[in-house]
Design a protein around this ligand. Structure first.
Ligand code: HEC
Ligand code: HEC
Length: 283
């Protein structure tokens, strides 16, 4: 090789391109080699000290015993310790008392949102704004009462409003008159013929003499412009009067079932949700 080297005495590898581009065999700079060995050593040290690669289905903890899950658990324990202080206080208080304590109610609202999202939002919307045929619980219009104790009762026991179907008892005209009567009430009109039917058919027994509702049985206020069932208005009222609400023998009846959470959530969780929902109505 050496005798064929056109650049005799030069420290090249003998690889030459385009007549004069040569690959030289110079040693790598010392500083570069030192950093290279240092980084190799660092890899070994790191692997030994920290958990680095799985063996089978286990992750060896490393010399320091440090693991991410341990760090996570410590972080969670810290949060739990801060929460425990409040949770213990809440345990001994009624929802009413929590509302009276600004710090505790702030804590309650902040800590219960996830629970609301997991358990309630599917039906009532993520901010309690309701969904078609599921009631709004973020306003100040209540079927069963907006006191925090009533709200707590709604969540604990569940609710199931009942209204009989009137399709087989009343004629189409009578139902039409009644529907127009209740929609008229919400617009400030009074129709004597409608009123007579309202009284004759005992609608007043649940909805009240003035049709303003009865929260003891969840019978809605028919005189305001908030409609429980979509889309509201005359056709919607006709459907409700004809088929009723949760009326077992009518397949077209309105379904209105609020499940009971007594077995799914703890008493503290229900109490906190009641405070949260109550506060939604206050905004
Ligand atoms: C499966 C659907 C569904 C879920 C889940 C649900 N609700 Fe309800 N909720 C309803 C229905 C339907 C009503 C109305 C019942 C009626 O009309 O008689 C209702 C009524 C209520 C009421 C009474 C409203 C009033 O005007 O008096 C409150 C309060 C309430 N829900 C809170 C909650 C909370 C808090 C959760 C979560 C823990 C929740 N609901 C989960 C369907 C649901
Ligand atoms: C046994 C009690 C009961 C009787 C009797 C009754 N209702 Fe109802 N009605 C209810 C309840 C409870 C609801 C609401 C159900 C719910 O939201 O869970 C309701 C809902 C309605 C609605 C729907 C309102 C809306 O906002 O969408 C209309 C309309 C209505 N009733 C009209 C009548 C008329 C007219 C009569 C008489 C023919 C009548 N009701 C008789 C209990 C009754």
């Amino acid at each position: 090789m050496a005798d064929k080297n056109p650049f005799p005495g030069e420290n090249n590898t003998g690889h030459i391109w385009d007549d004069n581009i040569r690959e030289l065999a110079n040693p790598i700079p010392r500083w570069w080699m030192l950093s290279w060995w240092a980084s190799c050593a660092w890899v070994v040290i790191y692997v030994v000290i920290y958990p680095s690669f799985p063996i089978g289905d286990k992750a060896p903890p490393g010399l320091l015993g440090w693991t991410q899950i341990e760090e996570f658990k410590e972080g969670m324990a810290e949060v739990e310790a801060i929460r425990a202080k409040y949770e213990d206080q809440i345990k001994g208080m009624t929802a009413e008392q929590i509302l009276g304590d600004a710090g505790l109610s702030d804590y309650t609202v902040a800590s219960v949102k996830v629970l609301f999202g997991d358990n309630c939002a599917a039906c009532h919307g993520s901010g309690g704004q309701g969904a078609p045929d599921f009631p709004v619980i973020a306003d100040d219009d209540w079927l069963y009462g907006g006191g925090v104790d009533k709200i707590e009762e709604s969540i604990t026991k569940g609710r199931k409003g009942m209204m009989p179907a009137h399709g087989s008892k009343l004629s189409v005209e009578q139902i039409d008159t009644l529907a127009n009567y209740v929609v008229g009430l919400s617009e400030g009109k009074e129709d004597p013929a409608g009123k007579a039917l309202f009284m004759a058919n005992a609608c007043f027994a649940c909805h009240g003499m003035t049709a303003t509702g009865n929260q003891a049985m969840g019978a809605v206020n028919l005189t305001d412009s908030v409609w429980r069932f979509t889309p509201g208005g005359v056709e919607s009222a006709k459907h409700t009067i004809t088929h009723g609400v949760n009326f077992p023998t009518d397949p077209e009846t309105r379904e209105a079932i609020m499940p009971s959470f007594a077995d799914k959530l703890s008493a503290n969780e229900i109490k906190k949700l009641a405070v949260y929902v109550y506060k939604l109505g206050q905004q």
